[in-house]
Design a protein around this ligand. Structure first.
Ligand SMILES: Nc1ncnc2c1ncn2[C@@H]1O[C@H](COP(=O)(O)OP(=O)(O)OP(=O)(O)O)[C@@H](O)[C@H]1O
Length: 226
């Protein structure tokens, strides 16, 4: 895995590749030699107990954390090429990663503007039943409403790679079905998806290949795995 920044080495082949990645945060070693190949368009469910390192791995794949050792590529771009990686990846963090002082519609419009993308903000808010809260600041939304807003932002942006952390948390039944619909549409459009979740049966409906992170290592999870 070699190449210069800004130049994809293996375009279209693999969306995500890690080779022997170790990651230390403070005194703790979180990842211990993680190797991963995710073909473009695949959906991966990331399982693991609390504190296993799922969020950390997603942040690393979004170029928000650097490997202590080892290397990785996103759509052929070296993980150290943060700009190229961030152009192609959207990470939905567990808290939604919204701007608390922007309204719902401003949060969506800002995301579109940052990526130079067109998009129908009103339709996106209607889709997740937030049209009545369009002018409400994100800080005044409930946890479930924040999750809906963050999800519709990920769907609207439809980056080649979408990483979502705990998409089902805080949602009612209708909200969980919305997650499945929105993430399913991202996959259907050819997007690569990684879902970190504690609800394997739900997550696997849109991201069938399940991997488990345990003791810093990534292994295939059996079909019935919880
Ligand atoms: N900034 C940080 N500095 C030091 N340690 C950290 C930092 N962020 C996370 N950790 C540690 O990394 C480990 C993995 O955390 P992480 O949030 O990635 O786990 P997780 O699998 O997403 O857990 P959960 O299922 O509870 O969300 C934990 O032991 C956590 O305390």
């Amino acid at each position: 895995m070699t190449g210069t920044p800004g130049t994809p080495a293996t375009p279209d082949l693999f969306a995500l590749q890690l080779r022997g990645v170790w990651l230390r945060l403070g005194r703790e070693v979180i990842l211990r030699g993680v190797t991963l190949d995710v073909p473009a368009g695949e959906g991966v469910t990331l399982l693991g107990e609390n504190g296993a390192g799922k969020t950390t791995l997603l942040r690393l794949l979004a170029s928000g954390l650097r490997p202590t050792r080892g290397e990785g590529r996103v759509l052929g771009f070296d993980l150290r090429d943060s700009r190229s990686v961030r152009d192609n990846v959207h990470l939905m963090p567990v808290d939604g990663g919204l701007y608390p002082d922007l309204t719902c519609e401003e949060n969506l419009q800002f995301a579109l503007t940052m990526h130079g993308q067109p998009g129908d903000v009103g339709a996106a808010l209607r889709r997740v039943d937030l049209h009545g809260a369009a002018t409400r600041r994100a800080r005044f939304l409930s946890a479930g409403m924040r999750k809906r807003l963050a999800l519709t932002r990920a769907h609207l942006l439809a980056r080649p790679v979408t990483l979502v952390d705990e998409p089902f948390a805080n949602l009612d039944d209708a909200g969980r079905q919305l997650v499945l619909n929105l993430l399913g549409e991202l996959r259907a459009g050819g997007g690569t998806l990684v879902v970190a979740a504690h609800e394997p049966a739900l997550a696997r409906q849109v991201a069938p290949r399940a991997l488990r992170l345990h003791a810093g290592q990534l292994t295939p999870a059996p079909a019935e795995s919880a």
